[in-house]
Design a protein around this ligand. Structure first.
Ligand SMILES: Cc1ncc(COP(=O)(O)O)c(C=O)c1O
Length: 389
C-alpha cells in the first residue's frame, strides 16, 4: 500500500500499548499520567446553551480565551485574548508546531529526557531531535549554548515546570539563562506546562516565555491535569508573529475544538470553585506522593537514586546498576505491575539505559507496597542475571 513517506517514521506509542495492557483491574499501573479517578470533579451540564452544539470559531470561545489570557497575565506573560488559540488538548500544540516548523531533517532542541509523545510527533514530521541533558534544576546551559552555536534548530521544546518525565522544575537562574540564550540566538521557544498547577510546595515560577524580548514563543497548557483529560481542552498562547499561521493550521486540522468541553472549562476557570478544587487536588496528590516516597525508600533505596518531585505526577528513578528497563516490562507485567521504561523518553534511547518513570497519582495507597515490592524484585532478578552473564 502506498502510504506517505512520513508514515514510515510513525512509531507506535509505547505508552498507549502499556496503558492498553494495564487496563485489567488486577494490574497495578505506575505507567500512565492519569489523574486519580476519585479526583475527577462532578460536572453540571444543566445550563449549557443549545447553541454549543453549533459550529464555533477556530480561535475558540471568546470568553474562554479571555479567561486564559487573564490567567497567563497573572503569571507574568504579557498577552491578549487575541493571542490565545483553544486546542483539542495541549497535544495539538505539538502537532501544529511540528506542521509549522518541521520538514525532513529539520533540527529541533529537546530536553533529555523529554515528553515521549513530543518526540513521536516531531520525529513523524522528520525532525532531528538534539538533546540537551537535564540536571536537577534545569538544562545543562553550556550544552544548550553548544547546540545553538553548532546547529540551526527551528525551535526549542521545553517543559520547565514539573517536567514529564523527570519532575524537574527549572530554577529562577536556569529560566533567566535559558531566556537570555533564546533571545541571543532568536530561537523560537515552545514552552509546555500541563503540570504548572500541580505544585506541592506552593512554588510558582514565571514562565520562560514571559522573559523573552527577541525570540518568538508558543506557551501551551491544558485542563487535562486539573479538571478532566476527557474534555480534550487545551490552549496555546503565541507571540503575534506566529499566531496567524497556527490559527490556519488549526482550521485545517479540525475547524475548532469541541464547544461542549470549552463551555465546561469556562464554568471552572477563574472561579472560587476551581480554586477550591485545585487546593483539594494538591492535597490529595501530595499525600499520594508522600505515600509513594515512603514505600520507595523501603524497597528502592539500594536500587536507585531519585529526587522527591515538588509537583507533577511522576517519580523519575535512575538505577544504580543500569539495565535496559524496556527488558523489565514483560517480567513486570507478568507480575501485574506496569511502569514506564525511561529509554523512550530520550531522542537516543539506546544511549540512555537505566531510568524508569513511576506515576504516583493512580495506584491506591493500599496496593503500593505490593506493587513496588514486586517491581523491585523484578529489577533485582534482572540485575543478578546481568551480573552473572
Ligand atoms: C508534557 C506534556 N505535554 C502535553 C501533554 C498532553 O496533554 P493534553 O493533550 O491532555 O492536554 C501531556 C500529557 O500527559 C504532557 O505530559
Amino acid at each position: 500500500m502506498a502510504f506517505s513517506e512520513r508514515v514510515t517514521r510513525l512509531k507506535s506509542s509505547l505508552i498507549r500499548e502499556i496503558l492498553a495492557a494495564a487496563q485489567r483491574p488486577e494490574v497495578m499501573s505506575f505507567a500512565g499520567g492519569l489523574p486519580a479517578e476519585s479526583m475527577l470533579p462532578a460536572l453540571d451540564w444543566a445550563d449549557m446553551p443549545a447553541a454549543m452544539g453549533q459550529y464555533g470559531t477556530s480561535e475558540g470561545e471568546p470568553q474562554l480565551r479571555e479567561l486564559l489570557a487573564a490567567e497567563a497575565r497573572a503569571l507574568g506573560l504579557d498577552c491578549q485574548a487575541s493571542q490565545v488559540l483553544v486546542l483539542s488538548g495541549s497535544q495539538q500544540a505539538l502537532d501544529l508546531a511540528a506542521k509549522l516548523y518541521i520538514d525532513k531533517g529539520t533540527e529541533v532542541v529537546v530536553e533529555g529526557p523529554t515528553y515521549l509523545a513530543a518526540l513521536q510527533t516531531f520525529q513523524l514530521f522528520g525532525a532531528e531531535c538534539l538533546s540537551v541533558p537535564l540536571a536537577a534544576d534545569g538544562p545543562d546551559i553550556a550544552a544548550l549554548r553548544a547546540r545553538l552555536e553548532q546547529h540551526a534548530p527551528a525551535f526549542a521544546y521545553l517543559i520547565p515546570t514539573f517536567q514529564n518525565p523527570s519532575g524537574v522544575r527549572y530554577s529562577e537562574s536556569a529560566r533567566a539563562q535559558v531566556a537570555a540564550l533564546l533571545d541571543e540566538f532568536k530561537l523560537t521557544l515552545i514552552e509546555d506546562e500541563p503540570y504548572r498547577e500541580l505544585t506541592y510546595d506552593g512554588g510558582m515560577a514565571q514562565p520562560i516565555a514571559a522573559r523573552l524580548r527577541q525570540a518568538s514563543w508558543i506557551y501551551t497548557g491544558t485542563v487535562s491535569k486539573t479538571l478532566l483529560p476527557g474534555l480534550r481542552v487545551g490552549y496555546l498562547i503565541a507571540s503575534p508573529d506566529l499566531f496567524p499561521h497556527l490559527l490556519r493550521l488549526k482550521q485545517a486540522a479540525d475547524l475548532h475544538t469541541n464547544r461542549v468541553g470549552q463551555w465546561q472549562a469556562m464554568q471552572w476557570l477563574g472561579t472560587d470553585k476551581y480554586r477550591d478544587h485545585l487546593g483539594q487536588l494538591r492535597d490529595f496528590y501530595r499525600g499520594r506522593r508522600d505515600a509513594m516516597q515512603a514505600v520507595l525508600l523501603e524497597h528502592f533505596a539500594d536500587l536507585a537514586d531519585w529526587h522527591l518531585p515538588q509537583g507533577g505526577l511522576f517519580f523519575w528513578l535512575t538505577l544504580k546498576q543500569p539495565i535496559d528497563t524496556r527488558t523489565l516490562l514483560g517480567p513486570a507485567m507478568a507480575q501485574d505491575v506496569a511502569f514506564m521504561p525511561g529509554e523512550p523518553f530520550f531522542a537516543d534511547p539506546d544511549a540512555n539505559p537505566g531510568c524508569l518513570r513511576l506515576n504516583f497519582s493512580h495506584v491506591a495507597p493500599h496496593r503500593l507496597q505490593e506493587g513496588l515490592s514486586r517491581l523491585a524484585h523484578v529489577i533485582r532478578k534482572a540485575q543478578a542475571a546481568q551480573t552473572a552473564a
